[in-house]
Ligand binder design. Structure first.
Ligand SMILES: *[C@@H]1O[C@H](CO)[C@@H](O)[C@H](O)[C@H]1NC(C)=O
Ligand SMILES: *[C@@H]1O[C@H](CO)[C@@H](O)[C@H](O)[C@H]1NC(C)=O
Ligand SMILES: CC(=O)N[C@H]1CO[C@H](CO)[C@@H](O)[C@@H]1O
Length: 406
């Protein structure tokens, strides 16, 4: 009894600490974006320079030139134009106008992101597909992209994709959709529309962090009743229901196709969402279920590594092994928000009483991590079948590039 009580209070304390840390961090990002914008505006106003800032015309495409590079963000990520002048990719999109940074929603599912990404590039109204949208209870059609960012996109004008974290998986799903001709009205798509995929800490095989944040270990789809993700769920529903337009242009979770706004659902809709009868969290059509080991396995079972595409992946870790134990690699050099998670993930053990997510699962394989993902998940797709790969320590080992292998 006392032991149970101790465990519960320890868990509550942990929940309290992690929610405060995450809230503070979110607030810090948000306020630095606002501060950045204000100082930029003041600057422009005080020192009106005769150099044109920002957009240099609408010439984003260049048929003769090199293929564009599309940077795909991960969870809680955002594209160009969100959070004011802040850049998710450290300003990479400012270096060249052929670098594109789409905004795919920060908590939307991998499937929905891949659909959105296609129309962002090709242009048109986002079509989530009839079957999927019915199953998940959202509108079939989403945002309209009047002008695609790369309308000439096809087999002869392929694109380089760079995906961070969940973004890497989004690109793989998109490539499979292209191969499967899954976009109505675009029957000529194929896998060779993708010239290369570069994954930065890609979430290929899921992450044990999802369980620490509150996903259930037995199914990998639903949440525990009390956890960080539940707080996040309530926050997101309120944010979307209140639908304050300037806030939403600033930061958007990407659930507009679920019609959560009070203008569309009223108070009853809010109650329905909060009770878990409607919305993305009810149907599981959001990012976390896609990032559990079970979720990734089910996505991966339909994804191929294609022979003509170049695949690169960069894996990261913030742990080291000391006397058979995996521990965080240091106090400095790890972001304070991630430190606790690096530690927790390095100690993570799958509960004994539920069946492991796949045959041959071993806790020690999953202990190396960077606070968000397990290193083993980042190198190449492995679940449910291992895809071809070659481990490279330094770029010099990789003289000639070879397609069809990670
Ligand atoms: C856009 O590109 C075309 C051809 O590449 C060029 O002729 C035109 O001047 C460019 N326009 C702008 C606004 O840069
Ligand atoms: C959401 O609202 C739009 C119109 O505002 C409607 O066309 C669509 O069917 C609605 N979707 C759902 C899932 O209720
Ligand atoms: C961490 C990891 O790689 N886990 C597994 C991913 O999937 C394959 C196939 O089931 C396993 O062999 C890996 O061990």
């Amino acid at each position: 009894m006392i032991k149970l009580w101790m465990m519960t209070s320890l868990q509550l304390a942990e929940l309290f600490v992690s929610s405060i840390v995450h809230l503070l961090y979110g607030f810090y990002i948000f306020s630095s974006a606002v501060a950045g914008d204000i100082s930029q505006t003041l600057n422009d106003y005080l020192f009106k320079s005769n150099v044109a800032f920002g957009e240099t015309g609408q010439n984003q495409t260049n048929v003769e030139g090199l293929p564009p590079i599309v940077l795909v963000h991960g969870i809680f990520g955002f594209g160009k134009g969100r959070l004011g002048g802040l850049s998710y990719f450290g300003g990479a999109e400012k270096k060249d106008e052929r670098v594109l940074v789409p905004d795919l929603g920060s908590l939307t599912s991998i499937y929905d992101r891949a659909r959105e990404l296609f129309y962002y590039l090709k242009g048109g109204v986002v079509d989530f597909g009839e079957e999927h949208s019915e199953a998940c209870g959202h509108s079939r059609f989403g945002r309209r992209y009047e002008q695609g960012q790369y309308p000439e996109w096809d087999e002869d004008h392929p694109i380089h994709f760079v995906g961070h974290s969940a973004g890497a998986q989004v690109v793989r799903v998109l490539q499979q959709m292209l191969a499967d001709q899954a976009f109505e009205g675009f029957e000529e798509t194929n896998e060779n529309w993708v010239l290369s995929v570069t994954s930065l800490s890609g979430a290929f095989n899921g992450t044990t962090r999802t369980y620490l944040d509150g996903m259930r270990t037995d199914d990998g789809v639903s949440m525990k009743p009390i956890c960080l993700l539940q707080l996040c769920r309530i926050g997101v529903i309120m944010y979307d229901w209140l639908d304050i337009s300037w806030l939403k242009t600033y930061y958007n979770f990407g659930f507009d196709h679920f019609n959560i706004s009070w203008k569309k659902t009223g108070v009853r809709g809010l109650v329905d969402c909060l009770m878990g009868n409607a919305g993305p969290f009810a149907s599981g059509d959001w990012i976390l279920p896609d990032l559990t080991i079970q979720g990734s396995t089910s996505i991966n079972s339909n994804l191929q590594t294609f022979p003509n595409t170049y695949y690169f992946s960069y894996a990261t870790k913030r742990t080291r092994r000391v006397m058979g134990m995996t521990i965080p690699s240091g106090v400095l050099g790890i972001h304070p928000m991630l430190f606790l998670r690096v530690f927790q993930m390095s100690q993570w053990k799958f509960p004994q009483d539920v069946s492991p997510p796949y045959k041959g699962y071993r806790d020690e394989d999953w202990q190396e991590n960077d606070g968000a993902l397990n290193t083993i998940s980042m190198t190449h797709p492995r679940l449910p079948v291992e895809h071809p790969s070659r481990f490279i320590r330094s770029d010099s080992e990789c003289q000639t590039l070879q397609p069809g292998i990670w």
